[in-house]
Ligand binder design. Structure first.
Ligand code: AVJ
Length: 318
């Protein structure tokens, strides 16, 4: 059994073996899921991608000027699409700190990662591109460091940090601060709190792509663990959790049903209306972001937002 399958089995036993039923969002992002997510980013209603792109388009040069990194690491890199804006600024021959030496994208979706790495290597011939297949909650210790990289900037974009539960977010930032040397950098993208109508529209789009994306996690369990989830028997049920300031994306069992998951040695009896939490997407305030960083021992140096204030990008230093 591969390490990934072992992790999936452990997550499924933990998440579906007791109530509330919950699956960690990373199992949404196999290659099919990554493609569906990519389709989400092109939806009219899904504003975060374009909002973050606007921030990077306007300020990448400034970021490359403030930040003296020689290596850019990208966690949960996916297609690395917006990262192009950073790479163009950091590899500019006229950059104050000299051009970037290497790029290290890290992602669980292997084919998506390989494609992105190839595309970037072709665009930046002078840049060493070293993809790492891995999970950013587990594999920070495997990132290259030291003389091979020089000073690193770790980019964690797209508000992926919002998919972590509060305690996981704290653990993640702490682990990141542990692997960074003093003087190394973090660039963190965070989706900001806004009127609930826009949030709900972004996660419950009219064309149903988000629903297919969320259902894909059941397809992953059917394939990897030989489970017999009937995708037709589940309805997508997203909601805004006002108290916790997050979108809460769930799948609701439409009828009482028994699901068997042989690969995890699990039988799951679901009642009508019972829900499985598949992903949360926390929304932030900029002062809260700075406070979370400070608690981990990282100092917010500068923050940029797009003109409407929908999305924040914070540069922090260990
Ligand atoms: C992975 C954080 C970029 O939370 O907005 C989008 C994932 N899930 N629609 C988000 C997601 C459903 C997305 N990020």
């Amino acid at each position: 059994m591969s390490t990934t399958t072992r992790e999936l089995v452990a997550d499924v036993r933990r998440g579906l073996g007791s109530r509330p039923l919950r699956l960690p969002p990373k199992w949404l992002y196999d290659d099919a899921g990554s493609e569906l997510f990519d389709a989400i980013t092109r939806l009219e209603e899904y504003y975060p991608t374009e909002a973050e792109r606007a921030v990077l388009a306007a300020h990448a040069d400034e970021i490359a000027d403030v930040c003296d990194a020689a290596t850019l690491v990208e966690l949960g890199s996916g297609t690395s699409d917006k990262t192009r804006l950073l790479l163009d600024a950091f590899t500019d021959a006229g950059r104050r700190h000299g051009p970037l030496r290497s790029f290290v994208p890290l992602d669980v979706a292997e084919a998506t990662l390989a494609d992105a790495a190839e595309r970037i290597a072709a665009r930046h011939p002078g840049l060493a591109v070293t993809p790492v297949v891995g999970d950013f909650t587990l594999d920070l210790g495997r990132l290259p460091r030291g003389e091979a990289t020089g000073t690193r900037l770790v980019a964690f974009l797209g508000s992926t940090i919002g998919n972590l539960y509060a305690e996981e977010r704290r653990a993640f930032l702490g682990a990141l601060a542990d692997v960074l040397e003093p003087g190394e950098w973090l660039l963190l993208g965070t989706d900001l709190v806004k009127p609930v109508e826009r949030l709900v529209a972004a996660y419950d789009d009219s064309s149903g792509v988000t629903e297919r994306f969320v259902l894909n996690t059941l397809r992953v369990l059917n394939r990897e663990l030989d489970a017999d989830f009937d995708l037709e028997a589940f309805a997508y049920a997203p909601l805004w959790d006002h108290r916790l300031q997050r979108m809460d994306l769930r799948l609701r069992s439409e009828r009482p049903q028994r699901v068997t998951i042989p690969g995890a040695d699990l039988v799951l009896d679901l009642g009508a209306g019972e829900e499985i939490q598949v992903e949360i997407s926390t929304k932030f305030r900029l002062d809260g972001v700075a406070a979370d960083l400070a608690e981990a021992g990282l100092e917010a140096v500068r923050t940029w937002t797009d003109a409407p204030g929908d999305f924040g990008v914070t540069l922090a230093r260990r």
